[in-house]
Design a protein around this ligand. Structure first.
Ligand SMILES: [Zn+2]
Length: 416
């Protein structure tokens, strides 16, 4: 009877998932698998759950897709795959293969992401159990986690569900973090190799900037080789978009297709945006912007402007000789301005680096023996209220959007 006592908590655990199966038959099955066949306990539990769920799926527990709500868990569904695309993403430094797409039954269609084994493609009918529903870009999404199970079914069980080719092409201005399986045509503006470490092995990726007539965006290519050059117009199919340092970034992975476009007039509008001028209100509405121009007045010069010390290890700004991460280190000198730029339609936090600070402040910083407070004061009296035109990237941050200046010019008051 000792065995029974040991198995009892596991039987109750299985029972919680299989409410329609009685405990004595669970105990019998578990005992047989573990004690007679020597199958490891975890594996045995999973196999019992699978066996009963699979048969239950045929009888009850099936949910109509139209009835799925975010927060639902342990959901069983049947439907037809209307679109499916593989992608490889990095999660905490680990490569993870997953499949995303859409599935439909007679009631509705829903997007899905599968982290488990998935070999179905558009047009296949499937049954699945152990799924949950999350909110993704404001809509319910069916998620098949690693413990979920998907079965391809014989024949077309949903003849009324038509599989139509999808137009997943977008222009760059429409891209948001979370977009996946998207297609685009763009021009490569810049491209460089970058060293990375993946699973302890050092390799290469490519980073660059691409543009179309609507916007520019950064791009990361997760591959050791990329045969295209700046100036090339390329078509990218099955790309996905992740936010990186507050900026939507186009990711080209193992399952993406990239091809050279011979006829650049295929590029909508025939040309790419040069340098986009935006009102700050528009920047705020978009949340982030890559390489844009804004005009405005410097309405605040914040504390922390002026001379600062940076940690030589991580580049973070140090406070009282200490780095948040590396403790007491001897920092290197740097100079910056933290300001607010306002054009009447909105306001942005602005960071101006050392070279541009020296340029825009001119000779007021020429005394070498100034102390921190004096430098901050001179910067404030020089820049406060100054009308400027700033070029740079705007990224989303917890405490408001931040623009990092890549260029800044003073404007004449009342000009425009
Ligand atoms: Zn540090």
């Amino acid at each position: 009877m000792n065995d029974e006592i040991e198995l009892a908590p596991h039987v109750s655990e299985i029972k919680r998932t299989l409410s329609n199966v009685d405990e004595s038959s669970i105990l019998k099955e578990l005992g047989m698998l573990v004690l007679e066949y020597g199958i490891p306990l975890g594996e045995a539990k999973l196999s019992i759950i699978r066996k009963h769920k699979e048969s239950a799926l045929e009888i009850d527990g099936l949910r109509r897709i139209a009835d799925l709500r975010s927060g639902d868990h342990d959901v069983s569904v049947k439907g037809k795959i209307t679109f499916a695309a593989m992608r490889l993403i990095m999660i905490r430094g680990e490569e993870k293969k997953l499949c995303s797409g859409f599935m439909a039954d007679d009631s509705s269609e829903v997007p899905f992401t599968a982290f488990c084994e998935f070999d179905a493609s558009a047009g296949d009918s499937i049954s699945a159990y152990g799924a949950h529903v999350r909110l993704w870009m404001g809509e319910p999404e069916l998620v098949f986690s690693e413990s979920a199970s998907i079965h391809k079914l014989e024949g077309d069980l949903f003849p009324s569900v038509k599989v139509k080719p999808r137009d997943l092409t977008k222009e760059l201005r429409e891209f948001c973090s979370g977009d996946r399986s998207v297609n685009l045509i763009c021009k490569i503006i810049s491209l460089s190799e970058d060293a990375v470490e993946r699973r302890g092995v050092s390799g290469t990726i490519f980073k660059g900037v691409v543009a179309d007539r609507t916007a520019k965006l950064p791009m990361t290519v997760w591959s050791d080789s990329f045969e295209f050059c700046p100036g090339d117009v390329i078509q990218i199919d099955n790309a996905y978009v992740h936010e990186w340092h507050g900026m939507p970034t186009i990711n080209v992975g193992e399952y993406s297709d990239v091809s050279l476009v011979d006829d650049p007039s295929v590029l909508p509008g025939g040309s790419v945006v040069k340098l986009e001028y935006m009102s700050i209100g528009d920047v705020e509405r978009r949340g982030s912007a890559f390489d844009v121009l804004v005009d405005g007045d410097l309405t605040s010069i914040k504390k922390g402007s002026g001379l600062i010390k940076r940690c030589p290890e991580c580049g973070r700004v140090m406070r009282r000789g200490t780095c948040k991460l590396h403790g007491s280190v001897s920092g290197s000198n740097d100079l910056r301005v933290k300001a607010v730029v306002d054009d009447g339609t909105g306001a942005l936090n602005l960071v101006i680096g050392s070279e541009l600070t020296k340029y825009i402040c001119g000779d007021v910083l020429n005394d070498l023996d100034l102390d921190n407070d004096a430098v901050e004061e001179r910067i404030r009296s020089r820049l406060m209220g100054m009308p400027v035109r700033v070029r740079g990237n705007v990224s989303r941050a917890d405490f408001g959007n931040i623009m990092v200046a890549s260029d800044i010019q003073t404007m004449k008051k009342g000009a425009e």
